[in-house]
Ligand binder design. Structure first.
Ligand SMILES: Cc1cc2nc3c(=O)[nH]c(=O)nc-3n(C[C@H](O)[C@H](O)[C@H](O)COP(=O)(O)OP(=O)(O)OC[C@H]3O[C@@H](n4cnc5c(N)ncnc54)[C@H](O)[C@@H]3O)c2cc1C
Length: 424
């Protein structure tokens, strides 16, 4: 008999081969379609195996095996900013959500508390437990919804429109707690991301943008799935789950410490930025690169088994590439663990660890604990923020509409072309 975990794992690997070479090949194959074709076709979900209308790059971009800058550079080599406007905006949605959460980290902590309270409630209420299990296992009888639940578990991916329909039906038709739906996504998506996922669910639920919810409608689902799905019995209304004024933004604190220019350091890469080798300032020696495949034991990450295997395979691909290039000695390590890193620092004769900044989420929380643990041994951790994030995050003060107007300037300031006055 086939083991369901193994067969899901095979499907993930076939759909998202865990290498940078595969990510680059996918980018290259998609880039010609990133212009007007994407703008016209991106909302359609033709179904598994047929999604040439979207890039399916998110699992790679999320772990920064490919960077946002690199993706847009390839797109802008083939298209004018106007022709690729929609695709560019979608990539900037990721950056915007990250910036928004970076300036309001309490929203992530509030999500975790709410999720944990709902998990406890599930223990006490067998009705809720059974309803959540039926939704997660695709046994609700709702056309479309059940297929997406199974697809998510089997492949680790859903089209953006399917994520919106699924979240809306979960919240407004099935009347299940939004935080448990967000948790279901986090445990199964290969691109599971604290910012895009939490804020995407909050947006559907009407918590993110006060008074605005997203209602899934049967005719919209039928239209954009090419009539594959036409559910009946969907809720006809979507009242915000609660009224909540989002907290005001606090400018993102600068990353901790400054990279040393006069002494060698250990470079620590992690699943929030596997491409961070390029951030090391010129002249800084890194006798050892450690690549952590998971988080700190106090803040476990990745959230699900499939994403854990994906990140582990990406880490070993990164290690192979760096070793082959002869850039440095590379060691894959199991976790953000003080003893292991302390030993590696001692062996490499360094007292500084350089690491790409982890945005709000479990890796950032894990790095904070790790820094306190290593302090006693006289080892400092210095985080490096990417110019991409440094320029964009402070602009996520209000809604996406205001942020969007700054995209031409961000493109120019990232060296991806001159500011086009017609591109807004
Ligand atoms: C409820 C909900 C939960 C979500 N959870 C996640 C998540 O955990 N992780 C995640 O990466 N995305 C999440 N998204 C955003 C979006 O659905 C995915 O990024 C997108 O579907 C990825 O597929 P693609 O690479 O084929 O996208 P494309 O359509 O090809 O878009 C290109 C790139 O733009 C970015 N992007 C596109 N749409 C969005 C968006 N709405 N928000 C942020 N970035 C976007 C992604 O990096 C994507 O790879 C969520 C959306 C919703 C509505």
């Amino acid at each position: 008999m086939t083991n369901p975990e193994e067969s899901a794992s095979d499907q993930h690997a076939a759909l998202f081969p865990p290498t940078r070479a595969a990510a680059l090949a996918r980018l290259e194959a998609f880039v010609t379609k990133a212009g007007r074709h994407y703008a016209a076709e991106r909302n359609r979900d033709p179904g598994p195996g047929l999604r040439g209308n979207v890039s399916m790059l998110s699992p790679y971009i999320r772990h920064r095996v490919l960077t946002e800058r690199e993706v847009l550079e390839a797109v802008l080599e083939r298209h004018s900013p106007r022709a690729a406007e929609k695709f560019i905006q979608e990539v900037f949605w990721r950056t915007y959500w990250k910036g928004w959460l970076q300036m309001r980290p309490q929203v992530w902590r509030a999500f975790l508390r709410e999720r944990d309270a709902e998990r406890e409630r599930i223990e006490r209420s067998s009705g809720l437990r059974q309803a959540v299990a039926a939704a997660e296992e695709g046994r609700t009888g709702i056309d479309g919804f059940d297929a997406w639940a199974r697809e998510l578990v089997q492949t680790g991916y859903l089209h953006n429109h399917a994520r919106m329909w699924f979240a809306s039906i979960w919240i407004f038709t099935l009347r299940l707690p939004w935080s448990l739906g967000a948790d279901f996504f986090l445990r199964h998506l290969l691109d599971a991301d604290p910012a895009s996922n939490t804020l995407g669910w909050r947006w559907v639920a009407g918590i993110q943008t006060p008074g605005k919810t997203y209602l899934a409608r049967a005719d919209n689902i039928a239209r954009y799935t090419g009539d594959r799905h036409r559910p009946t019995g969907l809720s006809a209304e979507a009242r915000p789950v609660r009224d909540e004024t989002p907290p005001p933004p606090k400018p993102p604190a600068p990353p901790q410490g400054r990279p040393p220019s006069d002494r060698p350091a250990l470079l620590l890469l992690h699943g929030d930025d596997l491409d961070g080798y390029e951030l090391v300032p010129p002249g800084v020696e890194t006798p050892l690169v450690a690549i952590a495949v998971s988080g700190h034991r106090n803040h476990p990450w990745p959230f699900g088994g499939q994403a854990a295997r994906f990140v582990e395979a990406l880490a070993s691909d990164t290690a192979d590439r760096l070793s082959r290039g002869g850039q440095a000695r590379v060691q894959v390590i199991a976790a953000l663990e003080a003893d292991t890193l302390g030993r590696h620092c001692a062996a490499a004769g360094v007292r500084s660890i350089l690491t790409p900044e982890a945005p709000v989420g479990p890796l950032a929380e894990g790095l904070q604990v790790l820094a306190r643990e290593l302090e006693g041994d006289g080892i400092e951790i210095l985080q490096m923020r990417r110019p991409w994030d440094d320029l964009a995050w402070p602009l996520a003060t209000h809604g996406f509409f205001r942020f969007k107007n700054r995209i031409p300037e961000l493109i120019a300031r990232n060296g991806l072309g001159t500011e086009d006055p017609d591109f807004r």
